[in-house]
Design a protein around this ligand. Structure first.
Ligand code: XUL
Ligand code: CO
Length: 433
């Protein structure tokens, strides 16, 4: 045991009336909602990078957090893992997620990176045998080190492509070894700063081939989890190639990967792309590529990716409504890709950020499940398209413009507009939130 979380009890469900800060008010992991427990629905994961590796910097100032495990040695990386598993236990977290660079010290070359990764992955594997916490996904950090400043798979330098491909191989091996349920690729610097130095065509070809290699390797090693792309429109690059769900789908189609790769959708990234979170979720479900979510929120005033913990039940309820309509998570889950503010120095802040977020998500999921169970919204959605259920209407889709023109004349078709009932539907929705 380390003493980092000394005095902080394990968080248990005590119900909405409790005044205990260190308790869940709404997240009762065993509560059954719409046929599954809340733990099974929500599949919460803790992000290693924000909770254990982030030093608290922003563009105007450096480190504010001082953690006893900060530093680039294997012993400190093990201490970090010890603390991580203590936090997973305090929160009863079912899953965690990591990048290679979050868990291992940086080596002087590729061989040392791989050795360090293997040592820490073995260490984490041992810790997992005595823990209930599993791996939701692993990923490679192909954006922080200066070698990636011009991209990884899309870097103009083939040596960086090689380094990146080799690194992803080691991270997929690590994810397989730890029983990960997904492997994620977020193209942090797969994009450009200026078109004046960028060959869009060549970069897209390289990114497409890179992803094909990831899928080929997945099958080669027998990894049964899902490969997920995480869309984001900009930041760190001015323009990133995996802009949003629609763009990723086009990219997957172009490289024949739409049956192999799904998406990990992040709330803050959806907002940066000018969408709502629920739009991205609904679109992914409709395209058959919904995989997992990174749960956080952005500050609507600052306009950048602030990665705050979610605090809005109405917003999250709209998101979980789409998750439930999509049939819920299979390999995916709710990963808190969220960081405490840089002034939140205390170990308690880190724990309570997650407690609050888990409660917000649980309330949202319950509201969404109630709305879906009520069925009123879905009935009205179906009723709106009921005209298309007739054989005549369906046949029109197999017809042609000239025949349809003849039919319109013959029948004297003259459509009467009907209300979209938006406010009535919003009122119905608000009964559940
Ligand atoms: C960055 C981001 C990443 C990915 C994993 O905005 O969301 O943390 O989730 O690389
Ligand atoms: Co993310």
């Amino acid at each position: 045991m380390t003493d980092f979380f000394k005095g902080i009890p394990q968080i248990r469900y005590e119900g909405p009336q409790t005044t205990n800060e260190f308790a869940f008010r709404h997240y009762n992991p065993e509560e059954v909602v719409a046929g599954k427990t809340l733990a099974e629905h929500l599949r919460f994961a803790i992000a290693w990078w924000h909770s254990f590796a982030w030093p608290g910097g922003d563009p105007f100032g450096g480190q504010t957090l001082q953690r006893p495990w900060f530093g680039d040695t294997l012993d400190l990386a093990k201490l970090k893992a010890d603390v991580a598993f203590e936090m997973f236990d305090i929160l009863q977290a079912p899953f965690f997620c990591f990048h290679d660079a979050d868990i291992r010290p940086e080596g002087k070359d590729f061989a040392e990176n791989t050795r360090n990764l293997k040592t820490i992955v073995d260490y984490i594997g041992e810790k997992m045998t005595g823990s209930n916490t599993k791996l939701l996904w692993g990923t490679a950090n192909l954006f922080s080190h200066r070698r990636f400043m011009s991209g990884a798979a899309t870097n103009p330098d083939p040596e960086v492509f090689a380094w990146s491909a080799a690194t992803v191989k080691t991270c997929m091996d690590a994810t397989l070894q730890l029983g990960g349920q997904n492997y994620v690729l977020w193209g942090g610097r797969e994009g450009y700063e200026t078109l004046l130095n960028t060959d869009l065509t060549q970069e897209a070809e390289h990114a497409g081939r890179f992803l094909q290699m990831v899928v080929e390797y997945k099958h080669k090693i027998g990894f049964k989890g899902a490969i997920l792309i995480e869309p984001k429109p900009q930041e760190p690059s001015k323009h990133q190639y995996d802009y949003d769900v629609a763009t990723v789908y086009g990219f997957l189609k172009r490289f024949g990967l739409e049956g192999e790769v799904k998406v990990n959708i992040e709330q803050g990234h959806a907002i940066l792309a000018g969408h709502s979170f629920e739009h991205e979720l609904a679109l992914a479900a409709s395209l058959g590529i919904f995989g997992s979510i990174d749960m956080n929120r952005n500050d609507y005033q600052s306009g950048w990716d602030t990665d705050q913990f979610p605090d809005s039940v109405p917003e999250m309820a709209r998101a979980y409504y789409e998750v439930l309509r999509a049939g819920g998570f299979t390999t995916g889950g709710t990963n808190f890709d969220a960081k405490i503010r840089r002034q939140s120095l205390d170990p308690e802040d880190l724990i309570l950020a997650h407690v609050g977020a888990m409660d917000v998500c649980a309330r949202a999921l319950k509201a969404a499940a109630a709305a879906l169970e009520d069925g009123g919204l879905e009935a009205q959605r179906r009723a709106r398209y009921a005209g298309w259920e007739t054989a005549e209407a369906k046949a029109m889709l197999g017809s042609d413009l000239a025949s349809i023109e003849a039919m319109v004349r013959e029948k004297g078709i003259n459509p009467e507009p009907r209300s979209g009932r938006q406010e009535r539907l919003e009122n119905l929705w608000n009964r559940f939130v």
